[in-house]
Design a protein around this ligand. Structure first.
Ligand SMILES: Cc1ncc(COP(=O)(O)O)c(C=O)c1O
Length: 440
């Protein structure tokens, strides 16, 4: 049986749901990243590091809520917190103590965070960060790097995936794209030239490297970027939607010892429920506060609304999570599992004759068929069918991971890792047997 034949045979109910979905949802999916040939799986429930689909297949899960579930699915402390809060109200239409507690935890943990404003997603957080930086500097351009992802709003769609001159999405006005100055990653000279234009408000980047570290940041680069932005009075924004609380309790900025001016957070910051945050230094963040001067409040203040910002349900999950991840024990454990898994996967690739590498940092792994780190994101569009095949082969063998990377949580145990390595090895063998890499 081929990989796809086996996949179809063991995922009949998912296939039927996909057909049904396509009648009411464009393309049948609600996030572009769930696009999968021949069809996605439909998951019924999850617990710990495992999840089960509608056909009864069990998976070791490396999606982990797109990286949001650092403590795994249904962690008892989070379930308890959310259950307690849901009975007390999901939206109080008012300020509440939980948002204050949540903000205090963020300011305690994230080095640059003197003040915090909550949003409902990472996309909203980067959108707000750019607005604050523009208001603070009075300049309009934002420097971003090729291969770095900052959500799907109009101001972030340039230079995400190759070919980089084509924005990530249609429907974005050219005038909007003109506000972005796109630089190659890890090239401090290019940023220097961009900042010398004098019209740049901010530099935004994923500090550990674009797309969750797919293209890793080279040592020393963040320090150089910090010095350069300071020299030019340009706001440095770390997008820590992925790395926040994962690389260390203080995120990548604590891990790499470089403090930005602003930081965007989402995923882990909201404990597996929807949420995000912008945090940073007081002079910038204070632009969001009313000052009691009607003219300033109306025309110079940065406006920010959002019906569900810091809603108490998300705040309760967030507090339970941040309290647990604040002492580094969970990160140390997850990082160690990350190392084991990367080592095991590299060996499995060699043993099975699969071209490419497994690499990564902290509790993230990347599988690239391209032969060297940094190219996983580059080769993905060109070789999408190969990565789709890997995903199907993996699911045939009890592992669910994204196309080319996986999120390790603090609760993936040795048995999970063992199963994962066996699953990958069998998936690689099946791909080789099918001749998937011939001519690759
Ligand atoms: C680095 C980074 N920034 C921003 C976002 C957007 O976050 P959200 O999906 O919560 O809008 C993501 C999402 O994966 C991300 O990885």
């Amino acid at each position: 049986m081929t990989i796809h034949e086996e996949y179809r045979a063991t995922h009949a109910k998912s296939a039927a749901l996909y057909e049904r979905a396509r009648r009411s949802i464009p393309g049948g999916i609600t996030h572009d990243i769930r696009h999968l040939t021949p069809h996605p799986i439909y998951v019924e429930r999850a617990a710990g590091a495992r999840k089960w689909d509608v056909d009864g297949n069990e998976y070791v899960d490396y999606w982990m809520g797109h990286g949001a579930l650092f403590l795994g699915h249904c962690h008892p402390a989070i379930v308890k917190a959310v259950q307690g809060q849901i009975a007390r109200g999901t939206h109080l239409g008012a300020c509440h103590e939980l948002e204050v507690h949540w903000a205090e935890l963020v300011t305690k943990l994230i080095p640059c965070a003197e003040h915090v404003r909550f949003t409902m997603s990472g996309t909203e957080a980067t959108h707000l960060a750019m607005r604050v930086a523009r208001a603070y500097t009075g300049r309009s351009k934002i420097v971003k790097f090729t291969g770095h992802f900052h959500g799907w709003h109009d101001g972030a769609v340039a230079g995400v995936n190759p070919p980089y001159e084509v924005p990530m999405s249609a429907g974005v006005p050219g005038a909007m794209l003109d506000q972005m100055v796109i630089c190659p990653p890890n090239d401090i000279k290019a940023v220097q030239v961009a900042l010398e234009r004098g019209d740049v408000a901010a530099v935004i980047l994923e500090p550990a490297g674009g797309q969750a570290g797919t293209t890793p940041t080279i040592p020393g680069y963040l320090q150089e970027l910090r010095a350069l932005t300071e020299r030019h009075g340009v706001v440095l924004i770390f997008d820590e939607v992925i790395t926040g609380f994962r690389y260390s309790p203080g995120g990548a900025q604590a891990y790499f010892s470089v403090t930005p001016d602003l930081t965007t957070l989402a995923k882990i910051v909201a404990g597996g429920l929807p949420g995000g945050a912008l945090c940073g230094k007081r002079p910038l963040m204070s632009l969001l506060a009313f000052r009691g001067d009607p003219d300033w409040d109306r025309s110079q203040r940065v406006a920010h609304a959002g019906t569900f910002n810091a809603n108490p349900l998300c705040a309760s999950a967030a507090i339970a999570t941040l309290e647990l991840v604040s002492d580094a024990a969970h990160q140390t454990r997850a990082n160690k599992q990350g190392e084991e898994l990367r080592r095991g996967l590299s060996e499995a690739m060699k043993r099975t004759g699969v071209p490419g590498v497994c690499y990564g940092e902290s509790s993230i792994y990347h599988v690239s068929f391209e032969g060297k780190p940094g190219l996983a994101g580059h080769d993905r569009p060109r070789r999408a069918s190969l990565y789709h095949l890997l995903r199907c082969a993996l699911m045939n063998n009890g592992v669910d991971s994204s196309m080319n990377h996986g999120w390790i949580s603090a609760i993936h145990n040795d048995e999970d890792l063992e199963r994962t390595l066996q699953g990958y090895e069998r998936a690689f063998q099946a791909m080789v047997a099918e001749g998937a890499f011939q001519g690759a």
